[in-house]
Design a protein around this ligand. Structure first.
Ligand code: OSB
Ligand code: MG
Length: 370
């Protein structure tokens, strides 16, 4: 397919709740939405770069710059035989995986649409629905944490993840475990702990967590391996895993026993599929992370999570949990912790252009110069 033109939208949608993590808090979902056009079809990608460089060093502005000045000029006007042709075309641009991930997602959606099949089946997905959990931001008190967990357990989510940081961990976990002795429970520190916290972290073994996500610095694979030796709880890496190479290294070092994949963080589907190959060979479970995505990114997450190695519940909760009004239809809603995998062509959801334009502040068209 010849990639003809692209449109970048800068979007801001109000979140229904304040989301507090160890790296910051937000009440707005701000992102770039990318449309790529070919042969009368439109592929859609949602960039997960955030306003501030707190989860990742990429931001909305760096992604916009790199997409419009570097990535799109490298690919517009080019003929691709497969979406797998994309990564070599943009390999000259180093890093900027979230920007690349949005483009890659749009191109996979486009190819699946041109074949008239769902993106899930185009990728080799094997599930009609995916199991989903929920990621709960830090609550102001242990009682508020228990209340929030109760609400989401009642909604049927298959795993509850609590954001934690030093000073906001064991007391919350104590209360939540006492109220819910049998739920599948995990924590995510987003890199908030340090070497001097090892004993404290190991004390969380008593909460029988399914895993502990990214306790230490994102570049400290070796310290995660050292920490793993002191823990019964498996470590799951999020921020530290940006590629199949990172995954191989992390597994070889013993830094983790579970892997969280986010399409944006790893730069797209080709890399996510390569990571799947690595974990499959090692017998390690994968799950699909989330970045509070709107409908386009959420639909991509569901397609990704339908792949065979994604055996643990992901973070792709119901759209209505986050937004009063989403930019796609039909809405992506889970029932009993199961999110149906859309069957329509590509990501299987359509843009609601009226809703999108209400939330869009800027729109940039990029066409091939030829
Ligand atoms: O670490 O998984 C994370 C959101 C933004 C950035 C990083 C993370 C998250 C979440 C939310 O945990 C998951 C979701 O509900 O989309
Ligand atoms: Mg995480």
């Amino acid at each position: 397919m010849r990639l003809e033109s692209a449109v970048l939208h800068r979007v801001e949608m109000p979140l229904k709740f304040l989301f507090k993590t160890s790296f910051g808090e937000t009440t707005k979902k701000r992102f770039l939405l990318l449309e790529v056009r070919s042969q009368g079809l439109t592929g859609l990608g949602e960039c997960v770069a955030e306003e501030d460089p707190f989860y990742s060093w990429e931001t909305i502005e760096t992604a916009r710059h790199v997409l419009s000045r570097h990535l799109l000029p490298l690919v517009l006007g080019r003929d691709l035989e497969s979406p797998k042709d994309l990564p070599p075309l943009v390999a000259r641009v180093r890093g900027h995986r979230m920007a690349k991930g949005a483009l890659d997602a749009a191109v996979w959606d486009l190819f699946a649409k041109s074949e008239g099949v769902s993106l899930s089946s185009y990728l080799g997905g094997v599930r009609e629905s995916v199991e989903v959990g929920v990621s709960l931001g830090m609550a102001p008190s242990a009682a508020a944490a228990v209340e929030n967990v109760a609400k989401h357990v009642a909604q049927g989510y298959r795993r509850i993840k609590l954001k934690i940081e030093p000073g906001c961990d064991v007391e919350r976990l104590e209360a939540v475990r006492a109220a819910f002795p049998a739920i599948v429970l995990t924590v995510d520190a987003n890199a908030a702990y340090r070497d001097e916290d090892f004993a404290h972290i190991a004390s969380m073994d008593r909460f029988a967590l399914d895993y502990m996500e990214q306790p230490l610095h994102y570049e400290d694979l070796d310290r995660h391996a050292a920490l793993a030796k002191t823990l019964a709880t498996p470590i799951c890496l999020d921020e530290s895993i940006r590629s199949a190479a990172d995954t191989r290294l992390a597994l070889a070092l013993g830094s983790c026993r579970v892997v969280n994949v986010k399409l944006g963080r790893v730069g797209g589907y080709s890399e996510a599929l390569a990571i799947q190959d690595v974990v499959q060979a090692a017998g390690v479970p994968l799950w699909c992370g989330g970045m509070l995505e709107a409908g386009v990114g959420r639909a991509h997450n569901v397609a990704l999570a339908s792949l065979p190695s994604f055996t643990k519940p992901g973070d792709t909760a119901s759209s209505s949990r986050y937004f009063a009004d989403d930019i796609v239809e039909p809405a992506l809603e889970a029932t009993d912790g199961l999110m149906p995998v859309p069957k329509g062509p590509g990501i299987g959801v359509e843009l609601r252009r009226d809703v999108l334009s209400r939330f869009t502040s800027e729109r940039e068209e990029v066409s091939s110069h030829g």
